[in-house]
Design a protein around this ligand. Structure first.
Ligand code: FAD
Ligand code: SF4
Ligand code: SF4
Length: 498
């Protein structure tokens, strides 16, 4: 598809809105009218130019685009989209307000169940959640043509922030009870907000020097600007939530010390899944081999792309990435922005089996990322100075489906070949760090090292709740937020009686 500018998309939407308004003068829109309105494209930065910039790629709808897109919603009585959202955002209701042009009312409706709409509107895998269930997408037999719920959510959240319309929620009088939140990712931040609303003192303990979890150190600036996350954190600070950064629970102090010596009445553990998986092949210790975690943390949190930052940049011209998920796409696109001239993604299955979002794959491709399908490294090759000079890979073909339902890759004997590169980024997913479990006697974990928690996020220990990736394994922002909400409700209930 050829590139269409923001201005052009804005003009198209103005024409469409005029046509919609004309129809409305004759009476309410019919289902047929609504189905005939084309989905509004997201305006984006021009692909080749943006591949060298950290600026956000998706620019957000214009007001006209948002209203036209909102008119596509059929206001289904059974609201299937709401069931597809892990926090049950009242989707038809917030979209109806956009159609009327009341953007502030719309965002207020979203915030009854989702505290971070500017973030979720950007990073939720909507095509597998709310939009997957949308009647419009089903009728058009294409989930990509569903009502663009996420884009609309982002639009009203941005409208509220850009026009300084954010208001602080009501906070109950001080109860004298204290709650420790371990980890400042979406699970921890959501739990902190909801516990604070009930009047409890809340302290968030964060290992890094900056709060926000993966939203600041993993998801790149060009997908989620860090100012958006920091404004959400400022909002929590204004509510009275305290942040203690550079505090690694398990080293700086243990969870039990917080509860038994520092007077906390309850704790929520939202420490995420930050332990990278590796290939475990020869050469993985060579200079120039990074986990995606380290590579993205250097770029995002430590701002390696910024010439004024002290973080050293590893200078590589041909960067290879192994993996096929969203983290691999983020690392590949970041590599161009850190100066790579060529970026190759090595994936052992085909495009059809890639777990990354379609949109992320398309953006990576538009920016010039090369995909090497049905290949996988077997050995990392180094030069005499201990630096990577390439990988040896095997070619694969697809066999029978495995337990994930995807056809499993089968190596082709004798197909070894070299892929030259001067950096390799391993993006194979993350496990949970064992630190909390090792330093908290009695905290039960499953065989994958994830903390065991029940429906209300209560763990095996009294006074301790847990949620987000440390319980679910590497999942999503909105699922982590959902856990934070459930845990906070349970903590608030417990503290009423404690
Ligand atoms: P995290 O966000 O991981 O936050 C945990 C926090 O706890 C961290 O700040 C960590 O430093 C801190 N911590 C850890 N141990 C301790 C300790 N012992 N003491 C104190 N603090 C501690 N999801 C999406 O929905 N959409 C996306 O587009 C998306 N893209 C992603 C891209 C990347 C590169 C990665 C890695 C993940 C992505 N995810 C995405 C997944 C999503 O970010 C996570 O599911 C989500 O952030 C989990 O939230 P959490 O609060 O459980 O943990
Ligand atoms: Fe969809 Fe995510 Fe918003 Fe829920 S929070 S409605 S899943 S974009
Ligand atoms: Fe609107 Fe789609 Fe939800 Fe129906 S399923 S109410 S069309 S967003």
């Amino acid at each position: 598809m050829s590139y269409v500018t923001l201005e052009e998309l804005g003009r198209i939407a103005e024409t469409e809105l005029a046509a919609v308004n004309k129809k409305l003068e004759q009476g309410p829109l019919t289902t047929k009218d609504r189905m005939a309105i084309p989905q509004q494209d997201m305006p984006v930065l021009e692909p080749r130019g943006r591949a060298r910039l950290m600026d956000e790629v998706a620019m957000g709808y214009t007001s006209e685009q948002a209203i036209v897109e909102a008119q596509r919603c059929l206001q289904c009585k059974n609201q299937p989209c709401v069931n597809g959202c892990p926090v049950n955002v009242p989707i038809p209701q917030f979209i109806a307000e956009i159609a009327k042009g009341d953007f502030k009312k719309s965002v207020d409706i979203i915030k009854t169940t989702n505290l971070l709409p500017a973030i979720c509107g950007r990073v939720c895998p909507q095509e597998k959640q709310c939009q997957e269930q949308c009647t419009v997408g089903k009728a058009l037999k294409d989930v990509e043509k569903s009502v663009a719920i996420g884009r609309l959510e982002r639009f009203v959240a941005d409208y509220e922030r850009e026009n300084n319309l954010q208001t602080l929620p009501d906070i109950a009088p001080d109860t004298g009870k204290r709650v420790a939140i371990i980890g400042s990712g979406p699970a921890g931040l959501t739990a902190a907000a909801d516990v604070r609303r009930d009047g409890h003192e809340v302290v968030v303990f964060e290992a890094f020097h900056k709060s926000g979890g993966v939203m600041v150190y993993g998801i790149p600036e060009f997908r989620l600007p860090k100012t958006i996350v920091s404004q959400e954190i400022d909002q929590l600070k204004r509510m009275g939530v305290q942040f203690r950064e550079n505090f690694l629970v398990g080293r700086t102090g243990t969870l039990m010390q917080l509860l038994e010596e520092q007077g906390f009445d309850a704790a929520f553990v939202g420490t995420g899944a930050g332990l990278p998986k590796f290939l475990n092949i020869e050469g993985e210790n060579l200079i120039g081999v990074f986990s995606a975690n380290e590579y993205l943390t250097r770029a995002n949190l430590m701002r390696a792309y910024d010439k004024n930052a002290d973080t050293p940049l590893y200078d590589a011209k041909h960067v290879a990435i192994v993996g096929g998920g969203n983290v691999a796409m983020d690392a590949a696109r970041t590599a161009f922005r850190l100066g790579a001239e060529k970026v190759s993604v090595i994936y052992r299955r085909t495009r059809n089996e890639m777990p990354a979002r379609r949109e992320e794959i398309a953006h990576a491709e538009e920016e010039g990322v090369e995909f090497l399908f049905l290949e996988n490294p077997t050995r990392i090759l180094g030069d005499e100075e201990g630096r990577i000079r390439g990988v040896e890979a095997l070619s694969y073909q697809l066999g029978e489906p495995d337990e994930s339902g995807r056809r499993s890759p089968v190596a082709i004997p004798g197909s070894e070949h070299e892929i030259p590169c001067d950096a390799l980024i391993v993006a194979l997913g993350n496990d949970s760090s064992p630190l909390m479990m090792k330093t908290t006697p009695g905290l039960e974990v499953n065989r994958k090292g994830n903390i065991k928690a029940d429906e209300s996020c209560a763990t095996s220990l009294p006074k301790v709740w847990a949620g987000g990736d440390i319980v679910q394994g590497a999942a999503t922002v909105i699922l982590a937020m959902g856990d934070g909400r459930r845990a906070a409700a349970s903590i608030n209930e417990y503290l009423k009686q404690a």
